[in-house]
Design a protein around this ligand. Structure first.
Ligand code: FMN
Length: 338
């Protein structure tokens, strides 16, 4: 097994184990959450570059669920065609595509009145959110379900749920931001579990569901790895097929080191404890290092973020560096002739 080997999970078959990590483009030309020419070129070029799985950026279930007004959304059927155009294009180059479905909660910076599990602001620079009523939380689960349906209509091969980085699902699962007295406070995994069950209601049975999760929190009183593994077990039982293991985001605090593979140990622990496929992310842009992580079976897939912003053909170059074949289309062959 190595980075260049195919990967299969349910109906999803990837030509290699390289994932484009979801990354908001904050594209000032994006209007009303609809992907535009920038997004089309951005994702298509990573497909041309040989990426096995492209996870499109955080895409929100309602307008005020966006971090900024320049983020993508999928709150109406009008959003579907632009996503479909991108997905069809990526498919034509052999990449598989997922959309990361999310809600920013109290980290929605442009919302007049952000909503959250809590009424406490993320920091002094952020607006104080309004605490959602129990009824409103239930309604949000429905908004996620409708978003999943639209993503499927747009042609996705998988969906990633954003349960990390201090956004709304994370806000509900963390004791730091969930001191509610209703059912969503009694069971901090309930909001996530209900969203996962909603996904399972509408996803084809053989379509895998991925969830990104923060394995640890770094702020004072933040949860630890045992806590997140316990959460993940409940999420797995509700229907998650693979975890994308990241960390932090609940506060301004972060890891003491952000060097090569700084989150791999979390991925490895998740793999051992959950016994399902795992994506490792976080400075995985050194090809040989990433390959070794797969060889050592610490993770099943490797997601590259900033490395792919710098170089859309990262996957192709990784393949060549590991003695594999050229992954780019014929039109680029001359670039590799001596
Ligand atoms: C510009 C930018 C935007 C990002 N947007 C998202 C996002 O939409 N969803 C998400 O889960 N992570 C997001 N991230 C985090 C990345 O997906 C990735 O986890 C992180 O950058 C670490 O990987 P890297 O070291 O390969 O960049 C973003 C990162 C960057 C640099």
């Amino acid at each position: 097994m190595n980075l260049l080997k195919t990967f299969e999970l349910k109906d999803l078959t990837l030509k290699n184990r390289i994932v484009m990590s979801p990354m908001c483009q904050y594209s000032v030309t994006a209007k009303d959450g609809i992907p535009n020419d920038w997004h089309f070129s951005h994702y298509t070029s990573r497909a041309i570059g040989g990426t096995g799985l492209i996870l499109m950026e955080m895409t929100d279930v309602e307008p005020d669920g966006r971090i900024s007004d320049f983020d993508l959304g999928i709150w109406s059927d009008d959003h579907i065609p632009a996503f479909k155009k991108i997905i069809d294009s990526c498919h034509s180059y052999g990449a598989k595509v997922g959309i990361q479905i999310a809600h920013a909660g109290r980290k929605a910076e442009d919302a007049d009145q952000p909503v959250s599990s809590t009424s406490v602001a993320f920091s002094d620079d952020y607006k104080a959110p309004r605490e959602l009523t129990t009824k409103e939380v239930e309604q949000l689960v429905t908004k996620f379900e409708l978003a999943f349906e639209r993503a499927i209509k747009a042609g996705v091969d998988t969906i990633e749920l954003h349960g990390a980085h201090g956004y709304l699902i994370h806000q509900f699962q963390s004791p730091l931001t969930n001191q509610r007295t209703d059912k969503y406070g009694d069971d901090k995994s309930l909001f996530g579990v209900e969203i996962i069950k909603a996904a399972r209601r509408v996803l084809p049975e053989d379509m895998p569901l991925i969830m990104r999760i923060s394995a640890v929190e770094y702020g004072p009183g933040g949860y630890d790895l045992d806590y997140s593994i316990d959460l993940a077990k409940r999420y797995k039982e509700a229907g998650v097929d693979m975890f994308d293991v990241s960390s932090g985001g609940e506060s301004r605090n972060g890891p003491s080191s952000t060097g090569l593979g700084y989150q791999v140990d979390f991925a490895n622990k998740f793999k051992q404890e959950l016994n399902i496929p795992i994506i490792a992310v976080g400075r995985m842009d050194d090809t040989h290092f990433s390959n070794q992580v797969i060889l050592d079976q610490k993770a099943d897939l490797v997601a590259v973020g900033r490395g792919m912003l710098r170089n859309p053909y990262w996957a192709n170059e990784a393949s060549l560096a590991l003695g594999g074949k050229k992954l780019t289309p014929k039109q680029l062959d001359a670039g590799y002739s001596i």
